[in-house]
Design a protein around this ligand. Sequence first.
Ligand code: RNT
Ligand code: ZN
Length: 417
Amino acid sequence: MKEELVKKAYDMAVERYAAVGVDVEKAMEALQKISISLHCWQADDVAGFESTGSLSGGIQATGNYPGKARNIDELRQDVLKAASYIPGTHRLNLHEIYGDFGGKFVDRDQVGPEHFESWMQWSKEHNMKLDFNSTSFSHAKSGDLSLSNPDDNIRNFWIEHTKRCRAIAEEMGKRQGDPCIMNLWVHDGSKDTTVNRMKYRALLKDSLDQIFATEYKNMKDCVESKVFGIGLESYTVGSNDFYIGYGASRNKIVTLDMGHFHPTESVADKVSSLLLFTPEIMLHVSRPVRWDSDHVTTMNDDTLDLCKEIVRCDALDKVHVGLDFFDASINRIGAYVIGSRATQKCLIQALLEPLTKLREYEANGQYFERLALLEESKSLPWNAVWDMFCLKNNVPVGEEFIAEIQNYEKEVTSKRD
Ligand code: RNT
Ligand code: ZN
């Protein structure tokens, strides 16, 4: 019955969209090709498997919902469970602290591809390609400054760590026959007024140049800025200006995290500017609430605008869509599913936009018509297309996944503590 309903609504949607010149089939094909990079750190509140120390580095996961993944097997199980409710083929984004360290303490300047061997095998087995991140936070040497630290011992430690992470990403990319996207975010900053803004930035620039001296073929580098971190409110070494300059001059990908800009700044508006000067874009799709709070992504205007802008720039093949949120106050598997599906709902709406007609109006100076169609297209039956996409991909349609996640909680995650 449900299937019939979905099909009926879909057929009607095809007609409505055809009337405004949109090919629904084509939009679904395009969505099918977009892999979302699921961030491993939603499963355990950014804890990782290196040590039992607490989260540091200006970021914070709030909440204590029971049942988080306590080890590598539970994390893998949870990620696969979440992925089973997300239509399409997706990737997994690992942080270095999620290595398979076999119960031993492996310091960050000692890490190598061997610590990710089991991940690479798992990835192949489950057809989930890997992306990667170096980890500057939650370590005895994290302090306020890592790659920009004037103490050479500390700075070199983090340079070595990041070089090793690039080698790991290269190995992952080689093994999966598809570039591994490696993101570099360091928390470096200052709680109070610093009189050395230039000094730390010059050190960061030099560290990055050393780190990127080796050219690789199977991995791509991204650099991620932010405005401020908790306890590091007055100064961020890796600011937006810093990384745009770095990315543009060194041909590196800049990561846009939706929580890393001033609250009324439009992340969507950055796509076209960046792509004229940097090769690609990495996204951290997130939802800041009053600050970089990393709430679960929802289908809000910010995410919709961002997805529309990517499609309008014809940049789907230049944008890597990754998620970055960590809500510890709700079911964590549910968080993945909500955030991923919300991102896909935004993408399908973007792909269904009657762009040819809209651009025709704009070219003719018909601005009433442009605004009218923009408004009307918001209520075109995109949801019927989304339901069909879920049906075709054999994942629950609509809210059906709620009961399934409740069941997994009852059978599995609630028994963990
Ligand atoms: C922090 C950055 C960064 C982290 C992850 C865990 O503000 O957004 O991307 O969230 O690396
Ligand atoms: Zn981020």
